[in-house]
Design a protein around this ligand. Sequence first.
Ligand code: NAD
Length: 522
Amino acid sequence: AAATTTTASTPTSYPTSHDQLQQPMDTQMFVDNKFVSSQATQWIDLYDPATNNLVTRVPQNTDAEMKAAVDSAEKAFPAWKATSILARQGIMFKYVALIREHWDRLAASITLEQGKTFADAKGDVLRGLQVAETACGITTQIQGEVLEVAKDMETRSYREPLGIVAAICPFNFPAMIPLWTIPIATITGNTCIIKPSERDPGACMILAELAEKAGFPPGVINIIHGAAKTVDFILDEPRIKAISFVGSNRAGEYIYQRASANGKRVQANLGAKNHCAVMPDCNKNHALNAIAGAAFGAAGQRCMALSTLVFVGETKDWAPEIAERAQQLSMNGGFEEGTDLGPVISPQAKERIEGLIASAEKEGATIVLDGRGKKPEKYPNGNWIGPTIIANVTPEMTCYREEIFGPVLVCVNVPTFEDAVQLINSNEYGNGVAIFTRSGSTAQRFQKEIEAGQVGINVPIPVPLPMFSFTGNKKSVAGGGANTFYGKPGMMFYTQQKTVTSFWRADDALSTRAKVNMPTQS
Ligand code: NAD
């Protein structure tokens, strides 16, 4: 049967509760500015994490469908590259306005499919929107350089698009992370293939619909679906020139290697174990609030979640006070008013996280607050784990070594500032780090001596805004972190340089003898 295609239309209503959907609709792909129903034989069921009710089925797109998306991106590229920078900027202005207009609808899709609270989902959209807003400044960001390198001879540099680029996205930021690619890749003249997480592609589909409305020509933005098979297709398709990956180390290290071996440019942000040093001289109230928020917000499913506390000296006695604040947080369905944290993404994730808590208990740590077995009354079938605090952890323990990615705060005690720095720098991850202190000199030493790439001083989740770049390091990135996401390096990633050297006084040449030596510029 022929695939059905439809043009984008805006639904007048969208789910804003966890009530079971009357008619779950299959997720479509987006090719040539059309929504296309898949002829897939394999489908991935997607459940609301708060209820485990079916929300949609996501196709494992067929090879022919994925190839059609790349054909579309290939066909669109020459005209899109030739479209003036001001025209592309004009479309981006409209895109920004439409994302803002559909902000609640995007956030609702995230709450339904991913589980985070509606307010937090709005932040997910906003952080992506800010990348698009910053991309609107392309006309000053992409300017080249020019220099008269010899008499009457000048060299100019230009930045040109790569062609077709692809993004492979994780489940935890369904709007923000596709928007780390779409605005920058397209405004610099590339066409793109986006593979959202198979666990929550809904927000990405809305972003596709809005892209069509903003005036992106057919083929500039295409969305394909699936799991590892789709990833392998992207890694091996020679027409795709660059890959942006965000997700786990397990997938990311494989993707980096295979894509690089295939000659592609890769930027890859991976897992984390973000530490926070708590100094006795800090503003205690500010620190405790910030720590509880950053450890348990989004149910700990942020790559910049504060997952590991390093109590310096006497602050080790503060764990029960953090527990008090954690207990005040309300765990409930994300659409419910006043909810602080929602469920984790899947029953498998819940089981894995509970296993890590059990391992800590077995290995001799102290469970100060145990979130296992907690659930909100209204949603008994969700994937719930309440805020959990594990104290007296040592670096050999499994809960210290593994990324937990749940609402679990692991606490290690050290006697001095130097010990804290040494412990944190010994960790193989280098995404985010924070210190709470009132001392300027302690803060300055910390920022200089600490290795992790994103440092917060009295700021628990120091994610740089899009005028800067996302600068994780060590095992939190693949390939040594040479290609960071968004900001100036993001723009560089999606473009290649061309330099043109020209001499327009050739008509004046009188000698008839050729010059064979390299010019010495003297
Ligand atoms: P994941 O690695 O399971 O999935 C990410 C993407 O890779 C998905 O699109 C998935 O389909 C694909 N994938 C998964 N397994 C694969 C495999 N074996 N082969 C090929 N492709 C595969 O990650 P996730 O669970 O969706 O996201 C959570 C992880 O992402 C955490 O480790 C978190 O720290 C990390 N993350 C990092 C950042 C950052 O900027 N450093 C941001 C967000 C999330």
